[in-house]
Design a protein around this ligand. Structure first.
Ligand SMILES: CC(C)(COP(=O)(O)OP(=O)(O)OC[C@H]1O[C@@H](n2cnc3c(N)ncnc32)[C@H](O)[C@@H]1OP(=O)(O)O)[C@@H](O)C(=O)NCCC(=O)NCCS
Length: 230
């Protein structure tokens, strides 16, 4: 089964929409920075790398059997300015589990944009993809990202001590998660309208076409950025 979300996804201040080659300059302005890449599993990007991604994997915007993850640009609704990007990718079809990630242009940090975009992506995951569980994996030294996961209401589930050799040293990983039932309760508490019945599998694809092993194998590296998606 496929899900082709109706883009753009809209929030109070933002649009979430597919990236295009017209975003190359904006993407380069923050994805080329050392400070942005400190805790993500890729190095600062060149324009050529960004163009290759834009014309390749980042152009995939539907959840299908062959493409179980998307990356979306985060644009200011009133200014048509790209301020970051967010990603959601399947970790296990069987367990209806996906991982979420976020990157913001530091010029636009401190306004809650990343939180707002990630919250909308979680809505998509639980409400439209019928996910059971969404996780985030964060380097223990990445304070802004830890706070973001907490603002989203995700539960801090694990502290993995020196579990990865990461950019020249051992890193600790903090694992966060939220269940679909928890998300619905949270939405009720926040007074948001949650449309639709509790989940039934939508993200699922024909058995054998994608499995947890194959997805996990491309999704190693913490900070919610699968190597194939970054
Ligand atoms: C992680 C990252 C996206 C967080 O960016 P951010 O600007 O702190 O996050 P938000 O846009 O949600 O803004 C939240 C901040 O703005 C403040 N804020 C101001 N107005 C706000 C609002 N309306 N709503 C929510 N927060 C608001 C919050 O208090 C918070 O600041 P604090 O953490 O100092 O308390 C950013 O640091 C980043 O891109 N890092 C590099 C990439 C990376 O490491 N990604 C994560 C890999 S796991």
């Amino acid at each position: 089964m496929e899900l082709r979300p109706a883009y753009p996804l809209r929030t109070a201040r933002l649009l979430l929409r597919p990236l295009t080659v017209g975003d190359a300059d904006a993407l380069l302005s923050y994805r080329s920075l050392e400070e942005v890449c400190r805790f993500v599993p890729f190095e600062p990007m060149s324009r050529a790398m960004i163009m290759e991604k834009l014309e390749g994997r980042w152009a995939q915007t539907a959840f299908t059997a062959k493409n179980a993850g998307v990356i979306l640009g985060v644009e200011l609704a009133d200014g048509a300015r790209l301020v970051g990007d967010v990603t959601l990718f399947q970790r296990s079809e069987l367990h209806r589990c996906a991982e979420i990630g976020w990157i913001l242009d530091p010029a636009h940090s401190g306004h809650g944009y990343a939180t707002e975009a990630a919250a909308e992506l979680m809505r998509l995951g639980f409400q439209e993809l019928s996910l059971h569980r969404i996780v985030a994996r964060v380097d223990a030294r990445n304070g802004p990202s830890l706070r973001l996961a907490e603002r989203l209401g995700m539960r801090r589930e694990a502290h993995l001590v020196e579990n990865e050799w990461f950019k020249g040293g051992w890193s600790d990983e903090i694992d966060f998660a939220m269940l679909e039932t928890e998300w619905r309760s949270d939405q009720m508490l926040r007074g948001a309208a949650v449309i639709g019945p509790p989940a039934s599998p939508v993200l699922g694809v024909p058995s054998g076409s994608i499995n947890s092993t194959s997805v996990s194998s491309v999704a190693s590296g913490q900070c919610s950025t699968p190597r194939g998606t970054t």
